[in-house]
Design a protein around this ligand. Structure first.
Ligand code: SF4
Length: 330
């Protein structure tokens, strides 16, 4: 029987060394690290949309890049289809990449400005020796049709600067799907699109997920967007997952004070609405020297002495709903 988990992440850490000037290195021998991802565990189940949400600097994008093995972890394991990615050699990893594709925030930066859209979408078919010439062209035209890049035969010949932002993101989606991957890591895929096309792109991603039997890791800072597409969600804060569970549970009864504050900040289209949830105090602290104990304690309106002394573990508070907070666990 196939493993229900497409991806399993275990004890994942990524620390980036802080670059120092020559003088600073002379003065201090201590090496500092940005603890971008600092011990996270989660699974992405086959066929689901798993969201990773949090403010900028929470570690969600680094986690996505680690899963794609665009960067190497400092510690921990990533199993994809049960295979430890760290055990794969260069060629094996190259073949594995066919099954995991990415959609990044900025479609303009993702596309080669000197390559025609059709060639960019079909490039990986040639790289992996799947199709070339007329066969490649036909596959690309079909994919363009499916992502709404129409008329495909005309748009095939265009360059990225000749398309609208929404069309460019559709091209990036087509390029990600042309290899028929199992996993798509979508990192803020609609953040740079015009407000008018965001809903259309999300709807497209939802439809394509069904048509191509995809699993998504959906990375976003915007809980309103996550609500629209995710089945489960993990909320990250300073390199840790602080809450994780099915979307309806996390949205209806958020347990962690940080999740509560994030959800309270989601705009509500009702002028009579009054916010009751206190917002976190101050700015997100530096990931170089994260606060002791619970990393959220300097900003938490409910912090108690234990919060700065002991780090709360991520535990199952109710079925499939996990939280890392002393108060809730008590
Ligand atoms: Fe707030 Fe303490 Fe819970 Fe952290 S552990 S979220 S500081 S109550």
């Amino acid at each position: 029987m196939a493993n229900a988990n497409l991806v399993e992440v275990r004890g994942l850490r990524k620390w980036f060394p802080v670059q120092r000037s020559f003088i600073e290195r002379l003065v201090t021998r201590q090496r500092d690290f940005v603890r971008a991802v600092d011990g996270v565990d989660f699974e992405i189940r086959r066929g689901e949309v798993f969201g990773l949400a949090g403010e900028s600097g929470s570690g969600k994008t680094t986690t996505g890049r680690l899963i794609l093995r665009l960067i190497e972890p400092t510690e921990g394991k990533i199993l994809f289809q049960g295979v430890d990615l760290a055990s794969l050699g260069e060629e094996e990893m190259r073949q594995m990449r066919r099954h995991m594709q990415a959609i990044f925030q900025d479609p303009y930066a993702s596309l080669n400005p000197r390559m025609k859209i059709g060639d960019a979408i079909g490039h990986s078919l040639e790289i992996f020796g799947i199709a070339k010439g007329q066969e490649k062209r036909e596959r690309v035209l079909e994919m363009m049709e499916r992502v709404g890049l129409t008329p495909p035969s005309i748009l095939y010949e265009k360059y990225p600067h000749q398309l609208s932002g929404g069309q460019r993101q559709r091209a990036v989606i087509a390029r990600a799907l042309i290899l028929r991957p199992d996993l798509v890591v979508a990192d803020e895929p609609i953040a740079m699109a015009d407000v008018s096309v965001r809903a259309l792109l999300l709807e497209l991603m939802r439809r394509l997920k069904e048509e191509f039997n995809l699993t998504y890791l959906f990375i976003t800072h915007d809980l309103a967007t996550a609500k629209y597409i995710c089945n489960r969600i993990g909320v990250m804060y300073l390199g840790k997952i602080v809450e994780m569970g099915p979307l309806e549970k996390v949205y209806r009864s958020p347990l962690h004070p940080y999740t509560q504050a994030l959800l309270a900040a989601v705009p509500v289209p009702d002028p009579k609405f009054r916010r009751t949830q206190p917002m976190p105090k101050g700015e997100i602290p530096s990931p170089i020297n994260p606060p002791s104990g619970c990393r959220f304690h300097p900003r938490c309106p409910y912090a108690e002495p234990i919060c700065s002394e002991e780090e709360p573990a991520l535990v199952e508070a109710e079925a499939d709903h996990f939280v890392a907070c002393h108060l809730v666990q008590r």
